[in-house]
Design a binder for this molecule. Structure first.
Ligand SMILES: *[C@@H]1O[C@H](CO)[C@@H](O)[C@H](O)[C@H]1NC(C)=O
Ligand SMILES: *[C@@H]1O[C@H](CO)[C@@H](O)[C@H](O)[C@H]1NC(C)=O
Ligand SMILES: *[C@@H]1O[C@H](CO)[C@@H](O)[C@H](O)[C@H]1NC(C)=O
Ligand SMILES: *[C@@H]1O[C@H](CO)[C@@H](O)[C@H](O)[C@H]1NC(C)=O
Ligand SMILES: *[C@@H]1O[C@H](CO)[C@@H](O)[C@H](O)[C@H]1NC(C)=O
Ligand SMILES: *[C@@H]1O[C@H](CO)[C@@H](O)[C@H](O)[C@H]1NC(C)=O
Ligand SMILES: *[C@@H]1O[C@H](CO)[C@@H](O)[C@H](O)[C@H]1NC(C)=O
Ligand SMILES: *[C@@H]1O[C@H](CO)[C@@H](O)[C@H](O)[C@H]1NC(C)=O
Length: 300
């Protein structure tokens, strides 16, 4: 019996390493054994010096960065650059960013270093449209590539307008049917949580555009803590989807509420991309209830 299990595990691990699925993070990073909260993140990697240090950092698995249209230092051309609004300049273009990640990953593969994935956060539809060729190019490489946009208005009256959902989804569907879409709402630091209407609206727009990509929903920690039912509704609608919990420094987060949501849904469906101090407070090693054991086959 034990030998049989070992064999099954061997086949699974061999198979998953061999195929190197870039859309399925559990397969791409077998070391996390299906526990998505173990994925580590670097945030706002929007300049050359930070990118360099992140690429050299073996503790980082996913690189998150923001894309807007703007100018590179000493140039007049308006192109997709790595920057967070309201800034409109950067010393790093999207093209350069992706090239450096790709080269670093190729080198990493020859050593024991971590091959890193990328999450690109698009701040406008113009930036996304101007980036299509770069994303297409990068999507053929062997690393996870997520594209993120806040496509609907969520809790609070955010100053930033959502990225046009119809345009974002229709372009994604045509050009990137195989990469992970990260689809969220613009939010403000308000009390309360995501509403049923927020969830219904995103379900509707995804279905209307006949999206078949694997989806992750970026959700704000402070709001998620009060949205257990809504999060479950969302994940039940899209069986292959996950949540990516993020937080803004200074947000007040109901820790027990958030722990309940995380352990109710399970660490196999939730990425936790929050500041270190918040992650520590969540005590992910101390589950609330029994919905925490992962399925057998991913525990090899
Ligand atoms: C580069 O980005 C990091 C992280 O966003 C930031 O802390 C740092 O100040 C930035 N450096 C420059 C030169 O802009
Ligand atoms: C495509 O990727 C390769 C390797 O990273 C890079 O050299 C090339 O410049 C990229 N082309 C575009 C259009 O991004
Ligand atoms: C790493 O090498 C393996 C085997 O040679 C290959 O299948 C895989 O695509 C490579 N991964 C990257 C990120 O280049
Ligand atoms: C989004 O884009 C579509 C197609 O271009 C357009 O018809 C629609 O009015 C836009 N929606 C918003 C909210 O701007
Ligand atoms: C989930 O993903 C698998 C493969 O990744 C696919 O075969 C299946 O159809 C997907 N299921 C749904 C409900 O999208
Ligand atoms: C990802 O891979 C794991 C382990 O092989 C599997 O359990 C899970 O269903 C896959 N997820 C998707 C979305 O295909
Ligand atoms: C968010 O709201 C809470 C409660 O109103 C407040 O204490 C906190 O400072 C706010 N955080 C930010 C980043 O604005
Ligand atoms: C999942 O990972 C967290 C760290 O992010 C760890 O504390 C926890 O014990 C792990 N849980 C399981 C079930 O592997």
């Amino acid at each position: 019996m034990n030998h049989m299990l070992e064999f099954v595990c061997f086949v699974l691990v061999y198979f998953t390493t061999k195929t190197m699925s870039t859309t399925n993070i559990t397969q791409f990073f077998p070391q996390i054994q299906g526990n998505l909260t173990l994925v580590t993140w670097a945030h706002a990697v929007n300049n050359q010096s930070y990118l360099k240090s992140v690429l050299a950092d073996d503790n980082v698995m996913m690189i998150e960065a923001d894309i807007s249209i703007g100018k590179i230092t000493n140039s007049d051309a308006e192109i997709p650059i790595m920057t967070h609004p309201p800034a409109k300049t950067s010393d790093l273009s999207l093209e350069d960013f992706l090239k450096q990640v790709d080269e670093s990953n190729l080198n990493a593969n020859n050593t024991e270093k971590t091959v890193k994935g990328v999450k690109l956060d698009f701040k406008s539809i113009e930036a996304f449209i101007a980036s299509v060729t770069y994303i297409e190019n990068a999507s053929k490489k062997n690393f996870p590539l997520w594209i993120n946009a806040d496509i609907l208005s969520g809790p609070g009256r955010a100053v930033i307008k959502p990225v046009n959902s119809t345009q974002f989804l229709s372009i994604a569907k045509i050009h990137f049917p195989d990469i992970v879409l990260s689809l969220g709402w613009t939010t403000m630091n308000v009390s309360g949580g995501y509403t049923n209407d927020n969830v219904k609206a995103i379900i509707e727009v995804i279905n209307l555009n006949k999206i078949t990509n694997i989806i992750t929903f970026p959700v704000r920690a402070s709001l998620t803590a009060h949205s257990s039912q809504q999060m479950k509704m969302l994940l039940e609608e899209f069986r292959n989807s996950t949540l990516t919990i993020w937080s803004s420094p200074g947000d007040t987060v109901d820790i027990e509420g958030l722990r309940n949501v995380i352990f109710d849904i399970g660490v196999d469906r939730i990425f936790v991309d929050v500041p270190d101090d918040l992650k520590e407070k969540l005590h992910l090693d101390k589950p609330v209830n029994s919905r925490t054991t992962l399925t057998k086959e991913v525990q090899c």
